[in-house]
Design a protein around this ligand. Structure first.
Ligand code: SF4
Ligand code: SF4
Length: 78
């Protein structure tokens, strides 16, 4: 998805865009979200997950929110 502008994504996806955020205080460090992110925008530093890429490249697939045991991941639809 890299190289595709936010405007191009906005048009292609019918006006839906998603922003992902991780609450570091809630993250228990299981690494499940980063492992399964198809957009490869989540990282893991050995202790906590973090947004390692462009948060606006989130596909909104909800893989991360569904696997997170602590509710640390939030996806916001714009
Ligand atoms: S919703 Fe999907 S694409 Fe977006 S951060 Fe989570 S796993 Fe990655
Ligand atoms: S799935 Fe949740 S608890 Fe596990 S690393 Fe990701 S944010 Fe942290």
């Amino acid at each position: 998805m890299r190289g595709v502008t936010i405007v191009e994504r906005f048009l292609k996806e019918g006006g839906s865009m998603f922003i992902v955020a991780i609450n570091q205080e809630k993250c228990t460090g299981c690494d499940s979200c980063a492992e399964g992110c198809p957009a490869h925008i989540l990282g893991f530093d050995g202790t906590h997950a973090y947004v390692s890429g462009d948060e606006a490249e989130c596909l909104g697939c909800e893989s991360c929110t569904s696997v997170c045991p602590s509710g640390a991941v939030t996806i916001t639809e714009l």
